[in-house]
Design a protein around this ligand. Sequence first.
Ligand code: MN3
Length: 395
Amino acid sequence: MSDINSLKKIIILGSTGSVGSNTLNVIKRNSSFDVHAITGNNNYKLLAKQALQFNPKYAVIGNKNHYIKLKDLLKKTSIIVESGYDSILSIASIKSDVTVSAISGNAGIASTFSSIGNAAILALANKESIVSGGKMLFALAKNNGTKIIPIDSEHSAIFNILEKYNKKDIANIIITASGGPFLNYSKSDMAHITPSDALKHPTWVMGEKITIDSSTLMNKGLEIIEACYLFNMKHQDIDVIIHPQSIVHSMVNLKDGSTIAQLGNPDMRLPISSAIFWPKCMPDAIKKLNLSKIQNLSFYDPDLDRFPALSLARNVIEVGGGAPIVYNKANEIAVNAFLLKKIKFLDIFKVVEMSLNDCNLINLKIDDLNNIFEIITLSEESALKSINKIVGSVV
Ligand code: MN3
């Protein structure tokens, strides 16, 4: 058994979600971490179960309505129970060896920023903080000594490859995309896609929002933006290729003409262990590949006409300023409206495009978190307005 002082102090923001639960799953099989704090938003039962199992100093629930219930479930322990958004932010600002930022959506932006300068390693799964505040986030991390390591599977693959090569030898990177369930749909078929069709992801099991984003390729658009900031690259040097088996997690082309790829079974525990154990490699993090059993790996160029999310993302990067925030927030609102059957599948792209055209946010400077939240609010209003226009025009 390791002695407590040699253990690495880890904080998991969003421990009840899929990345958070998988992080605890990884930690359970390895004794080198001391779980210092875990946070959830609504699922107080799972949070209590995790707290009883990992005995953290703090267990924090975002939704204050669940405070008493959580406190009650943990009454026989010495775990400090807190609730509310501000408590999550103060947990995020505790000094740690590793902080995992796995709160999903815009709710995870502020806590990601709070961990900068406090976490030695920030294992970052919250896409929104990179997409909405990437420039600021990476500048702050650099100046305050926090190493950001992505948990997104594609970016984790690229990160690990880039670590081993000289930046000057890199030609470009290729992000793989499963293509989602509608890879072979015609545009007219796509008009009739229902929420339950879109919620069937072929290879990864994930939350509702990201599953829809995979089916529209909006997730891949967000990942292009994410890669630009993470790896400090131009979008022209970031290609997307459809790879339905999700075995090749992503690739890097070197200037000599060779391509370096990371392959593995699609399992979130690989990018998670790669981030929290960095620079070490965790033995048996996932099940080994059996390539002869898989037999075929296929690759296609994405159809930019049927999936406008990719070109939209590239425009958004060109425009800069608040545009990535509009892209992200308008999409979130549109996905919600689609799940509620207010708009059709193809309208998701329309809402994003209309919001980008409507918002005069492209020249706005992003100097602090307040700017980001202001633009998020304006994007939401614009997206709702766009949805009303679309719904109103259908007779
Ligand atoms: Mn991904």
